[in-house]
Ligand binder design. Structure first.
Ligand code: BG6
Length: 514
């Protein structure tokens, strides 16, 4: 069967009421390594179904699972079905599921089994014949980085990494991209030895979030923000990623990694880059990555790392009305572990735009609530033509990009309190995604998987960004390690260790209560 490109009009799964021309992936398959993992079940399988349900996958789209399990295609199909039923964002439609299920295959085997990879090569070749996948295959490595080398070598040996002319092969890798600069480089050379750089898609799922992309719209599609988005007007920026959950069953991954490597190195530094970068010449991958890299290379860590960073570990406490254990008592955590579950750091950016404007980044597990936001906090007006008593309750103006869960933007400014007196107090003005738009936001993984299948790289960090982020984090990690002190305990359900508040107080500032 010849692999025909499916247009929006031909796609039987497309909602005919949708007048916008959707971006639909061409003929292809996705091979998933790590099908038994949490990410595959909770995010990837549901996202694939949601894409199919939205009519964004070609009818012949096929999903191949690879794992060390004695499964037939149907067994894997059942796993996908259950994941979809449990987690998909969009309603379950029998006809969509049936079409998707026809393209589900499973190849049993371990990563060092040549025969299994030969069978995988046969399977995808059959899909090209039977389902018109056109020789276009993506390999999604949802597996520990320790196995990347073996899988990449196997893909190369079995000929799977090499496309025939006119088709493509891509590899998708999930963070952690190493645990420091040296290991990130090593990992990269393993992957890029087999796949050319433009066929490597690194997932930082924060870049797939609507609100993160909205940051670009807010800054660059409007006239009113960019003129004040600089050191003349901005006092400081706070980027917060707070989670109310603990580490759950992830001790195997998390212990020894910690909060800074887990999310500051990637998600929070990406948010910093998008907040602070200059306007790109274009929003293609080259334009966007170039500006992010420029700003990341201008980041300076504090000269006094003891004063400019903080780390903590959650102790037992109460969360959402339930008693929860401390980090050290979580299953699988090493006795006396010094892994931090909270990290905060002050970063400066040595550019004309940001000279003297600190960016404070913080993240933690088991904090007061789940919230991710970027708060751009402005300087006080240079002169207030009111009696000092009139402005006692006036704080600093702020633009807060609410990344999640209540997606939107808040402006904070002073307004007159009604009455005969002149009294000014802070008020907020809110834009909420949920209130302004009827469509619900796609999950980050829907957007990223679709972009990857379309071969559109702007939302995927390239290796240079990963390296630059490790350059920022490595000295901080080394400092913490050298200090040899365990992270400060903080109570679950609170807002982190005292040292993080102290860090702000020293600068004459305080953390926002999100
Ligand atoms: C992941 C981290 O990258 O992001 C997790 O490894 C964290 O530790 C998760 O819980 C949070 O993602 P989200 O989309 O729920 O904010």
């Amino acid at each position: 069967m010849s692999p025909a490109r499916v247009t929006a009009d031909q796609n039987p799964l497309r909602d005919p009421r949708d007048k916008r021309l959707p971006r639909i992936a061409g003929p292809c398959s996705m091979v998933l390594f790590g099908v038994t993992g949490d990410l595959a079940r909770k995010k990837l399988m549901p996202a694939i179904y949601d894409l199919a349900n939205r009519g964004l996958l070609p009818p012949g789209f096929s999903l191949v699972g690879f794992a060390r399990r004695d499964w037939a295609d149907q067994d894997f199909g059942k796993i996908v079905y259950e994941a979809v039923k449990e987690r998909a964002r969009t309603p379950f439609r029998e006809e969509v599921w049936r079409t998707l299920a026809e393209g589900i295959r499973f190849v049993p085997g371990s990563f060092d089994d040549d025969g299994a990879f030969d069978l995988l090569a046969e399977t995808v070749a059959e899909l090209d014949e039977q389902r018109g996948t056109g020789g276009n295959h993506a390999f999604y490595l949802s597996i520990p980085p320790g196995s990347f080398a073996t899988v990449c070598q196997q893909l190369e040996r079995s000929g799977l990494s090499t496309p025939q002319s006119g088709s493509w092969r891509r590899v998708v890798i999930e963070k952690p991209f190493g645990r420091d600069l040296a290991s990130a480089r090593e990992l990269n050379s393993i992957v890029e030895n087999v796949f050319p750089a433009d066929c490597v898609f690194r997932i930082d799922h924060y870049l797939g979030k609507e609100t993160v992309q909205n940051l670009l719209a807010l800054r660059f599609a409007n006239q009113m923000f960019e003129p004040v988005w600089n050191a003349n007007y901005v006092d400081h920026v706070q980027i917060t990623m707070a989670e109310d959950i603990g580490i759950g069953g992830r001790a195997g991954y998390y212990d020894g990694i910690g909060a800074a490597r887990d999310v500051i190195q990637n998600h929070l530094l990406q948010l910093l880059a998008l907040t602070a970068m200059e306007e790109p010449v274009s929003f293609d991958a080259q334009g966007l990555r170039l500006e992010k890299e420029k700003v990341l290379s201008a980041v300076r860590i504090p000269a006094d790392l003891a004063a400019g960073t903080a780390r903590g570990q959650y102790a037992a406490g109460w969360q959402g009305g339930e008693e929860v254990v401390g980090y050290l008592d979580e299953d699988g955590v090493a006795d006396g572990s010094r892994t931090e579950t909270y990290a905060a750091v002050r970063l400066d950016i040595d550019t004309r735009r940001w000279a003297g404007v600190p960016f404070y980044l913080r993240t933690g597990k088991r904090l007061g609530k789940r919230v991710t936001e970027i708060a751009v906090v402005f300087k006080q007006a240079p002169h207030l033509p009111f009696k000092s008593t009139a402005t006692e309750e006036l704080g600093q103006n702020a633009v807060v990009i609410r990344v999640q869960p209540d997606e939107g933007v808040t402006l904070r400014f002073g307004a007159k309190v009604p009455g005969a007196q002149m009294e000014v107090r802070d008020v907020t003005m809110d834009f909420g995604y949920g209130r302004s738009f009827t469509e619900s936001s796609p999950e980050a993984y829907e957007r990223l998987i679709l972009d990857m299948l379309l071969g559109e790289p702007p939302l995927f960090p390239r290796h240079e960004e990963v390296e630059l982020s490790w350059r920022i984090l490595d000295p901080i990690e080394r400092f913490w390690e050298k200090k040899g002190k365990p992270p400060e305990q903080y109570v679950s359900g609170g807002w982190g260790p005292d040292s993080a508040d102290e860090m702000m107080r020293r600068d004459g500032r305080e953390w926002r209560l999100p």
